[in-house]
Design a protein around this ligand. Structure first.
Ligand code: S3P
Length: 451
């Protein structure tokens, strides 16, 4: 496993960040491209795939279930599957590493195949709740055995016996989660008839869009504030070309750095602008950010554009809970921006942050405090008192910020160190490779000092 030896790093305040760059492919879309390509009949060609550890784990798991997945010398990935319903039983445990999306979506796929599989992952993934996916998948006929039952939890390692005759269901999501929605829709692929998910708060719709692209019948309709996504089971999925846009959740780091390091001017090309993913950009603009989009274009069913961020005097704002699904992975870096803003930022409805790669709500509050920024948690809300300029940073001799196997906590506090008055050290940045393998090199190319 990659995280055995911890890899510390320290970000130092210094020169402005300048330049034009691109970020790796979208993690959510990359996982799905390999899963659907590995299921579909015929060839799928994926360009711009995120080659992060999480996605490579999904590729390995799909291969274990009979998919052919290879990388060409020109960087294109090619996948070939055997069709919906034809996954083969994996001969060994599926180790999804740090990847929640990989684990939960694959559970959905396997739940509707008559096969046995065992899931495990790293220490972070083994702490994360899986009951949110096993509950609906059980209704569809899958059976699960797992760790954590004594405490009323569903934790990895987990064994699944998929249903021989999966049942289609209508499922109202109890949490706003694209992973849960996707797991149910993917199980529905191999159930006869129609499987429907019902959301009060819309979450990212990459599964719905990409299933359609591969030839499935997926209907989405919003009525009386509820969004229903319905997949018709047993479609013929056909291999397609997928162009993966730059990940907005990764672009967030250099862009926020551009906004908060004085004198900066940073452009990130080809960033995905799916409206269910852009809550951070909207919030930053409300804070007064100079954040411009140029060259908006459609790329294989997903909108992309080039984003330019220039140093801006930010002000605190209130971020409503209703925006959380569209920026769920961006709160740690938003909190860093809020620390540099003038006045108070209140981020509401962050309960889901407690069950990400780490408890991000506590990790952010603790990390900000360690950098001399006043941050409080009030129920599910995070309140940050902005410094109206560079935050103090760490005191000499202080312990490094604990990343807790969480790539986004590690990247957020390194960005903090570039913008603060004093350096910020992070204890272990190895997990950054799960989503943004090039992060340190890219930030250095823009002029950041990270050692
Ligand atoms: C993802 C959904 C979100 C997000 C994760 C990726 C996806 O998780 O945090 O990084 O690809 O569907 P939840 O579904 O748990 O909110």
């Amino acid at each position: 496993m990659a995280h055995e030896a911890s890899q510390p790093a320290t970000a130092h305040p210094g020169a402005p960040l300048k330049g034009e760059t691109a970020v790796p492919g979208d993690k959510s879309i990359s996982h799905r491209a390999l899963m659907f390509g590995g299921l579909a009949v015929g060839e799928t060609r994926v360009t711009g795939l995120l080659e992060g550890e999480d996605v490579l784990r999904t590729a390995a798991a799909m291969r274990q279930m009979g998919a052919e997945i290879v990388k060409d010398p020109d960087g294109t990935w090619r996948a070939r599957g055997r069709g919906v319903g034809a996954l083969v039983e994996p001969a060994d445990v599926l180790d999804l590493g740090n990847a929640g999306t990989g684990a939960r979506l694959l559970m959905g796929l396997i739940a509707a195949h008559p096969i046995f599989a065992v899931f495990t992952g790293d220490a972070s993934l083994r702490r994360r709740p899986m009951g949110r996916v096993t509950a609906p998948l059980q209704k569809m006929g899958a059976r699960f055995e797992h760790r954590g039952a004594a405490e009323g939890k569903v934790l990895l390692p987990l064994a699944v016996i998929g249903a021989r005759d999966p049942l289609p269901i209508d499922y109202a999501l109890p949490v706003a989660s694209a992973q849960v929605k996707s797991a149910v829709l993917l199980a529905g692929l191999n159930a006869p008839g129609k499987t429907t998910t019902i959301e009060k708060e819309r979450t990212r719709d990459h599964t719905e869009r990409m299933l359609r692209h591969f030839g499935a019948d997926v209907a989405v309709a919003t009525e009386n504030g509820l969004t229903r996504a319905t997949v018709t089971g047993r479609p013929e999925l056909v291999g397609r070309d997928v162009i993966v846009p730059g990940d907005p959740s990764s672009a967030a780091f250099p862009l926020v750095a551009g906004l908060i390091v004085p004198g900066s001017d940073v452009t990130v090309r080809g960033v995905g602008l799916n409206p269910l993913r852009t809550g951070l950009f909207q919030t930053l603009r409300e804070m007064g950010a100079t954040l411009d989009v140029a060259g908006r274009r459609d790329q294989a069913g997903e909108e992309v554009g080039d984003l330019n961020a220039r140093f801006s005097a930010l002000k605190g704002v209130e971020v409503p809970a209703s925006r959380a699904p569209s920026m769920i992975d961006e709160y740690p870096i938003l909190a860093v921006a809020a620390a540099c803003a003038a006045g108070r930022t209140v981020m509401r409805g962050l309960h889901e942050l407690r069950v990400k790669e780490s408890d991000r709500l506590s990790a952010v509050a603790r990390g900000l405090a360690a950098c001399g920024v006043s941050a409080t948690i009030d129920g599910d809300d995070l309140i940050v008192e902005g410094c109206g300029g560079p935050p103090p940073g760490q005191k000499p001799g202080d312990a490094p910020i604990a990343a807790n196997l969480d790539h986004r906590i590690a990247m957020s506090f390194l960005v903090m160190g570039l913008a603060a008055k004093a350096p910020v050290a992070v204890d272990d940045v190895a997990t950054i490779a799960t989503s943004f393998p090039d992060f340190l090199a890219l930030m250095r190319r823009l002029g950041g000092t990270i050692r």
